[in-house]
Every structure is written in structure tokens, then in C-alpha cells.
Design a protein around this ligand. Structure first.
Ligand code: ZN
Ligand code: ZN
Length: 256
């Protein structure tokens, strides 16, 4: 038997075509660098409650993504949805990351609330990093961190902005310090906020291989529909792939 299985090329509608970028590759490597302990089914919940309805309704009037209805999850990663136009595949991590990114970017630019830490956080850095952070404490103070030099090559943080992801504050703070150490000479506030939002949103998002419930899928889609740029994650990867009814019919040779 010499039969080949033909996998036809799928033409994707123009609006779903995403610019290719190196960042896309970088992110995948970055994600693999720090593998997280595998969660069991029960532990996985998609918490989007902090992305307040009022925030999304305020800033967004988005009819770009049509209504669609989830029918299931494949490989713990891709949500399958349908509507009268056809079928959609949604990458749950990329979608969650887009939602988080827009929320954090908004919060970074608009929120001035801070929260006192129950136990102040003491951070010791290698000398060279310590010196760079020391020179740039104003950036952190502008972000509503209460941070001071404290002992040798160390800082103490007594309060932080409220938007830091709950339960992941320490990791987020370390990532922000890393970005400060790596910052370019001509510091650009918007670019910096963009990097911070990108880093924090990736860490705060549900990963591939996490099984979420239908209910959670619905919530994710609803939040994604309200995003300003729903079709890509902040690194440029697609969030939604669409197959029209006609494309599906062509694939199954029901239509020519
Ligand atoms: Zn990511
Ligand atoms: Zn991404």
C-alpha cells in the first residue's frame, strides 16, 4: 500500500494572518526555560476576576471578534469553538496572556494604589546589578514601590503596586528588577511598561496542558473579545485560528 495521507494547506483569512517575528521564538524558549510543576486537574483554575468588567467596558468597544461558543478543549491547550461562520481554535495560553497584558499595561499606566507588604521583602543583588537598580530607584518609586537601600547590596521593599499578580508578587518583582538592570540608555517609559506587562502577563497566564472547564473557556473568550488586539498575544503569536464552513467543506471534499 502506497497511499499517502494528504494534508492540504489551509488558507487562512487575511485578518488572521499574524506578522512573523523573532519574539515569537524567544517566548517559546523562555517558557521552556522555567518549567513549572505540573498541576493536577483540580488545581487548575482560570482566575480572571481581577480583570474587572468595568475596566474592559471603559476602554473597549470591540466588535472585532464574533460571538463563538466553546465545544471542548484538545490537548489541554486549544479551545475549539463554533458559530454560524465556522470553527475556531483558540490557544488558551496566548489568549489568557493577551487579556492579562492589556490589563497590566492599563494598570501600569493608570493605577496609583499601593499595598503594604505584611513582611517587607529584602532583596540582595550582585554588586553590578545593585548599582544599576540603585541608580534607577526613581523608576520603581514612580511605579508605586516603596523601596530603599538596606544594608550591603540590598534593598528593602515595604509596599508595592496593587496590580502585582497575587501569590506571584515576589517573582514579578524579580522580573521587574531584571528589566531595570537590562534597561537601555535612553529609557522609554512606554517601552518599559510594555516589557513589564509582557513579562508579568506570561507568568500570570494559564499554561498549555492545563485543563480548564467549559465555563472557564466561556469566560476567557468573553474577555478576549473585549481586548483591543484580540488576535495576537503580546509576543505576536496568534490567539485565534479560524476555519470557515467553506474551508472545512473543501477539506472534506464536500465542496469544490
Ligand atoms: Zn507566554
Ligand atoms: Zn506570548
Amino acid at each position: 500500500m502506497d497511499e499517502k495521507i494528504l494534508i492540504p494547506k489551509i488558507e487562512v483569512k487575511e485578518s488572521f494572518i499574524v506578522p512573523k517575528s523573532n519574539i515569537y521564538k524567544e517566548e517559546i524558549i523562555e517558557e521552556k526555560k522555567e518549567p513549572e510543576a505540573k498541576k493536577t486537574y483540580e488545581e487548575v483554575t482560570l482566575d480572571l476576576s481581577y480583570v474587572k468588567e468595568s475596566y474592559q467596558e471603559e476602554v473597549v468597544d470591540n466588535e472585532k471578534v464574533p460571538m463563538m461558543y466553546p465545544v471542548g478543549l484538545v490537548l489541554g491547550t486549544y479551545i475549539i469553538c463554533q458559530n454560524e461562520l465556522g470553527m475556531y481554535l483558540i490557544d488558551q495560553h496566548a489568549a489568557n496572556e493577551r487579556i492579562n497584558y492589556e490589563y497590566y499595561y492599563y494598570a501600569l499606566n493608570n493605577s496609583s494604589d499601593e499595598i503594604n507588604m505584611l513582611i517587607p521583602m529584602n532583596i540582595e543583588l550582585p554588586v553590578n546589578e545593585y548599582l544599576i537598580v540603585k541608580e534607577n530607584l526613581e523608576i520603581l518609586k514612580d511605579m508605586h514601590f516603596d523601596i530603599e537601600e538596606f544594608g550591603i547590596n540590598s534593598f528593602i521593599i515595604r509596599s508595592h503596586p496593587t496590580w502585582l499578580p497575587q501569590g506571584n508578587e515576589e517573582l514579578a518583582i524579580k522580573k521587574i528588577l531584571e528589566l531595570i538592570v537590562l534597561k537601555e540608555k535612553n529609557f522609554d517609559r512606554n517601552k518599559f511598561n510594555d516589557r513589564v506587562a509582557m513579562t508579568v502577563s506570561c507568568k500570570a497566564s494559564i499554561k498549555a496542558n492545563d485543563n480548564i472547564s467549559l465555563d472557564e473557556m466561556e469566560k476567557l473568550i468573553e474577555k478576549l473579545r473585549k481586548c483591543k488586539n484580540p488576535y495576537t498575544c503580546p509576543h505576536g503569536r496568534p490567539t485565534i485560528i479560524f476555519y470557515s464552513i467553506y474551508e472545512l467543506e473543501k477539506l472534506f471534499k464536500r465542496a469544490m
